[in-house]
Design a protein. Structure first.
Length: 193
C-alpha cells in the first residue's frame, strides 16, 4: 500500500515539475516573440513595431500571471543590455529614454490582464476589455514618461503634441494588432493553458 502511495507521489511530482518546465519554455518563447516583433519596426519618434502584438499574444497564450512575469523578464533583459528592443537596442539608457515608459507600460498591461482574470474569469469579453484597458494605461503611463524625459532633455512639450507623436498614430494599428493577436492565439491557447 505504501509503495503505491509513493509511486503516485513520484508520478505527481514529475507531472508538477513537467508543468513548471513547460511554463518556463512557454515564457522563454514569448520573450523571444517579443524580441523578434520589436526588431520589425518603422523608425519614428516612437517606433512602429509589432512589440504590442507580441505582448497581446503573450497574455492571451500564457495568461496574466505568467505573461506579466514574461514581460518583466523581457524588460530586464533589455535593461542589462541585451538588444531585444526596436532597432536591436538595449541597455538601461533605452529603458530610461523617452520611449521607455511605453515599454514599462507593458507591465501594467500584464497586471491589468492578470487582475481581470482573477476577478472576472477567463472569458473572451473579459480578456479583450482587459487588453484594451491595459493598452490605455500603457499609453497614459508612456505619454507621461515621454513628456517628463523629453522636457528634461529638450524642453517642455504639450500634452496634445506628445499624444500626436506617441499615441494617436498608434491607436488604429494597435487595435488591429489586438484583434489579430486574439484571433491568432484562439486555437493555440487551448494547448498552452
Amino acid at each position: 500500500m505504501n509503495s503505491i502511495k509513493a509511486e503516485k507521489l513520484n508520478v505527481n511530482s514529475v507531472r508538477s515539475g513537467h508543468i513548471k518546465t513547460l511554463d518556463l519554455a512557454y515564457m522563454a518563447l514569448c520573450v523571444a516573440l517579443m524580441a523578434v516583433c520589436s526588431w520589425i519596426n518603422i523608425p519614428t519618434a516612437v517606433p512602429f513595431t509589432l512589440q504590442t502584438f507580441a505582448v497581446f499574444c503573450t497574455l492571451e497564450l500564457i495568461g496574466g500571471k505568467r505573461g506579466t512575469i514574461t514581460i518583466i523578464v523581457y524588460i530586464a533583459l533589455a535593461a542589462i543590455g541585451i538588444p531585444v528592443l526596436a532597432g536591436f537596442s538595449g541597455g538601461l539608457g533605452a529603458i530610461l529614454g523617452v520611449t521607455g515608459g511605453y515599454i514599462i507600460g507593458f507591465v501594467f498591461m500584464g497586471l491589468i490582464y492578470w487582475l481581470a482574470e482573477k476577478l472576472f474569469g477567463d472569458r473572451l469579453p473579459v480578456r479583450i476589455i482587459s487588453l484594451v484597458l491595459g493598452l490605455i494605461v500603457c499609453y497614459a503611463f508612456g505619454t507621461a514618461w515621454f513628456m517628463v524625459v523629453y522636457a528634461n532633455g529638450t524642453g517642455p512639450v504639450g500634452l496634445l503634441t506628445a499624444l500626436g507623436w506617441c499615441v494617436f498614430p498608434f491607436i488604429i494599428p494597435d487595435i488591429v494588432k489586438l484583434v489579430l493577436a486574439v484571433t491568432v492565439t484562439a486555437r493555440i491557447r487551448k494547448m498552452v493553458r
